[in-house]
Design a protein around this ligand. Sequence first.
Ligand code: BGC
Length: 247
Amino acid sequence: MDILGIDFGGTGIKGAVVNVQTGEMTTVKHRLPTPLGAKPEDVAEVVADIVHHFEWKGPVGCGVPGVVIEGMVYTAANIDKSWIGTNAVQLFSNAAGCPFSVINDADAAGIAEMTFGAGRGKSGVVLLLTLGTGIGSAIFVEGKLFPNTELGHLQIRGKDAEKRASDAVRKNKGLDWQEWAMRLNEYLNTLEALLYPDLIILGGGVSKKADYFFPYLKVRAKIVPAQMLNEAGIIGAALYAYSQFHR
Ligand code: BGC
């Protein structure tokens, strides 16, 4: 079955039709820039444009960069604060005219990696981090998601980890790979001391450049780059929608 997956990120909103049985995208990805300030109504318009681009009428899954419980958004670290208390399911369904299911973006990426990527068949405790504009997290225990963990906001040296070790910080501060990897390593070790995962999967666009920074990471857990790169958010959102609409 095909479902439209959409990933609302800090810089772009991307969508593609996904075959939820194979995890493959059956269309070319369509990407539009995230509107300045990322206000709910403006984002909903872009989400609707993506739906119309695919002339889509069926179910849609969308990942958003905040805590989402039953469609309601509870946090907004890198998006407009008026998202807090917004029912994203209603907002997007009304704007686009199709049924939506909405999930945290990192949880979506995690579901995709656990189903078709680096976490496939992995038991024990798996921690996935997405390193992008912010840092998102997803924890799986024996393959089951513990939703809405916000480990990018763990304090490191008095600051949110995502303000020290996200990929955006690497770019904005012009850190070289080693400098950035040392920050990331400190964060990973702090997480490890609290959670002792068996496997850590690092995702986000930067996972394509794993060779540049993996050699500097020293943790007890096995650590691997995500396999689905920037597509995990889209594919995972579609998989999540499928699980919601077919309960
Ligand atoms: C948000 C998370 C999100 C992550 C990645 C963080 O700032 O609080 O909910 O998953 O960014 O987008």
